[in-house]
Design a protein around this ligand. Structure first.
Ligand SMILES: Cc1ncc(COP(=O)(O)O)c(C=O)c1O
Length: 383
């Protein structure tokens, strides 16, 4: 079995990093649930010494996702936050980072409450405005950390433009690609130096594992991240690595359906008299719809909408039956949530207001059920 050099996306998802198991020929990489490996004699082993450092199931996943993101190497961690924490070890005291102002709340918490203790500085700017990136960069800026689309207000950053600005000033660009998934956009192809994911979301896709990954292209980053992954030890377990590998095999078909359902639900909501606004890059009313068409392959499964007041939002959230009221996103089942009190509760109210996150905003992670069932559920909840 050999993956052709010109293999396309869905073929890469299924086959990259997936060699038949050398001891049995098993087509699926086994869960190597072991802590250590027996050595043949002193100084002679099969390349595996201790499972924090080397594990075949984790390696298979890391190679798989590195290929999916068109990177050179991947490093899997125990959560998305652990992956972002590993990227942060590229920084030293006195360094500065420019961050998308509307980044995931947990990322903001890590930067604002933990990393500032190590004398690392952060500027939060609207990266959808390239000039704001340029203006925020200082002589000590080392990283530009971008999320696009942002959660939950769905603002986009022009990745090619952002990478140009960063590179012209000697800054590396990191993209958290969790929200879009590599089916929808591949930031490394647009100039990013590093991509991070919470594999908990679309890459695993089945809401049954917590994990994270960093994909790198530069040799110095790869060497450092390998060292840090082993030194800090926040590795992804063999069982979780296996679950995510199982998930990535169907990434292309799942994402195609997420894209179709996302657009169908967004269009339905946009036409509903009780809905004031719908935030979805696939709608022509989205201020960056043209950028979305250029940069994204479909528009993803995430959208937000506003019924204008908290009572109305509460009624919708409490009346849906098929959609589950829950945090998280990217699974096959549709989840609905209230960002202001759930995923973004740790973001101060004035910051929420500044990024347009109203108290009555509802977010949906549109799953891959039949779209008519999802629309019927929303219809009965709204009516
Ligand atoms: C965009 C984004 N990045 C990172 C994370 C953190 O991932 P994890 O929950 O796997 O630590 C999340 C979690 O919701 C997320 O939405």
């Amino acid at each position: 079995m050999k993956l052709p050099d010109a293999a396309r996306f869905s073929t890469i998802c299924i086959h990259a990093g997936q060699e038949p198991d050398p001891s049995t020929g098993a087509i699926i990489t086994p869960i190597y649930q072991t802590s250590t490996y027996v050595q043949e004699e002193l100084g002679r082993h099969k390349g595996y010494e201790y499972a924090r450092t080397q594990n075949p199931t984790r390696f298979a996943l890391e190679q798989n996702i590195a290929a999916i993101e068109n990177g050179k190497a991947g490093f899997a961690f125990a959560s998305g936050m652990a992956a972002i924490g590993a990227v942060a070890t590229l920084l030293q005291a006195g360094d500065h980072v420019v961050v998308t102002d509307n980044t995931y709340g947990g990322t903001f918490r890590l930067f604002d409450k933990v990393l500032t203790r190590y004398r690392i500085e952060f500027s939060y700017v609207d990266t959808s405005e390239p000039e704001q990136i340029d203006q925020a960069i200082r002589p000590n800026t080392k990283l530009l950390f971008v999320e696009t689309p942002t959660n939950p207000v769905m603002r986009l950053t022009d990745l090619r433009r952002a990478a140009e600005i960063a590179h012209a000033r000697g800054v590396r660009m990191v993209v958290d690609n969790t929200f879009a998934s590599p089916y929808v956009q591949r930031p490394l192809d647009m100039g990013a130096d590093l991509v991070v994911h919470s594999t908990t979301k679309y890459l695993n896709g089945h809401s049954d594992s917590i994990g994270g990954i960093v994909v790198a292209v530069r040799d110095d980053d790869i060497e450092w991240l390998r060292f840090v992954q082993n030194s800090e030890g926040a590795i992804l377990s063999p069982m979780d690595s296996w679950l995510v590998l199982r998930g990535t095999k169907t990434l292309a078909v799942r994402m195609a359906q997420h894209n179709r359902n996302g657009l169908a639900i967004a269009e339905y909501l946009a036409g509903h008299p009780k809905v004031k606004t719908v935030l979805y890059p696939g709608l022509p009313s989205h201020p960056q719809h043209e950028l979305a068409k250029r940069q994204m392959n479909g528009f993803g499964g995430m959208l937000s909408f506003d019924v204008g007041n908290m009572d109305g939002a509460r009624r919708v959230l409490n009346r849906v039956r098929l959609m589950a009221l829950a945090e998280s996103l990217g699974g096959v089942e549709t989840l609905i949530g209230h960002p202001a009190s759930m995923t973004h509760a740790s973001v101060p109210p004035e910051r929420r207001a500044a990024i347009g996150l109203t108290d009555s905003l509802i977010r949906i992670s549109v799953g891959i059920e039949d779209k008519d069932d999802l629309i019927a559920d929303l219809k009965q909840a709204l009516d």
